[in-house]
Design a binder for this molecule. Structure first.
Ligand code: NAD
Length: 292
């Protein structure tokens, strides 16, 4: 496959994703605002781009993996952005987690330029990105989805077209609601068990084997036990996602009380200076609420 890929946004997720695309045989030209991140991509077999234009020129497919809607708008829609430089007939896959409305706006602007777009946010965390087993929730046209599948298969395992533009983001927002509530439940159980004086590792092992078991519990229990809150997935990003899901739910008249509570708990962690920590740091919030 001689498909050329331009990749923009080389953070915790983008860096291993580039590595997997290179391993699958794609020529990847990578850009990030942080030049150290571009150097890392070159070490992983990509080529360096010094600007968005540089990453996009000559690419058949452009992938963006930046933090939030404002960065997607900046990178894709603004002057000097992807839509200014991508070739007509090219494909843009935005894999950032952003508001469904921004994905719809991007798709409209791209259509006017003859560019196909998918919103394709992911779940599975840094580990899923490293192992190339992400869940990828896609919004857009079926024909575009099918054309993009070989590229997406280099990055993920469960790859599903969820509906028209923006649908991938709506499903990702639901994903973030489930993950946040699940982490909070684990965090509350951990603090309860700690204060009860129960053997915590043993308790978490048996919990993981029953109905309380979950991917969240399996993935997060070691780091919670070790008190290691390096990200992973930053509280700042989960705060953004709880804003997306509570807004989107209000727009369609869905009531998400646990989501609203988690939005508040995540916001509190940020205010307490934990925005750069992994979302498993919700346990720190529960400890504080418990007088620890
Ligand atoms: P990150 O903060 O580690 O990386 C974001 C990267 O984007 C940074 O390197 C930053 O320099 C770059 N960037 C920002 N603005 C840019 C611009 N204008 N031009 C070029 N580069 C720019 O974030 P991450 O954890 O990799 O997450 C990226 C996206 O993936 C977010 O939307 C996040 O919600 C989502 N996501 C993250 C995870 C996870 O576990 N980390 C899991 C699923 C989804």
């Amino acid at each position: 496959d001689n498909t050329k890929i331009g990749f923009i946004g080389l953070g915790i997720m983008g860096t291993p994703m580039v590595r997997n695309l290179v391993s699958a045989g794609y020529a990847v030209t990578a850009f990030d605002l942080d030049p150290a991140r571009v150097d890392q991509a070159v070490e992983n077999g990509g080529s360096a781009a010094s600007s968005i234009a540089d990453a996009v020129r000559g690419a058949d497919v452009v992938i963006t993996m930046v933090p939030a809607s404002p960065q997607v708008e900046q990178v894709v829609l603004h002057e000097g952005g992807v839509l200014e430089h991508i070739r007509s007939g090219g494909l843009l896959i935005d894999m950032s987690s952003i508001t469904p409305q921004t994905s719809v706006d991007v798709a409209k602007a791209a259509a006017a330029k003859g560019v196909d777009v998918l919103d394709a946010p992911v779940s599975g965390g840094e580990a899923g990105a490293v192992e190339g087993v992400l869940s990828i929730m896609v919004g857009g046209e079926r024909e575009t989805f099918e054309a993009a599948l070989p590229v997406l298969e280099a990055l993920g395992k469960t790859i599903v077209l969820c509906g028209p533009h923006g649908s991938g983001q709506t499903v990702k927002a639901a994903n973030q609601l489930i993950v946040a509530v699940n982490i909070e439940a684990v965090a509350e159980a951990v603090v309860f068990l700690e204060k009860s004086g129960v053997d915590l590792p043993a308790a978490l092992d048996v919990l993981a084997g029953g109905l309380a078991g979950s991917t969240v519990l399996n993935r997060k229990k070691e780091s919670i036990l070790a008190g290691d809150f390096r990200p992973g997935f930053k509280i700042d990003l989960h705060h953004k996602d709880m804003g997306i899901v509570t807004d989107a739910a209000r727009n369609v008249g869905a009531t998400v009380p646990a989501g609203a509570l988690l939005a508040q708990l995540v916001a509190a962690l940020r205010q307490q200076g934990d925005g750069g920590l992994d979302h498993s740091a919700l346990v720190r919030g529960v400890r504080r609420l418990s007088g620890e």
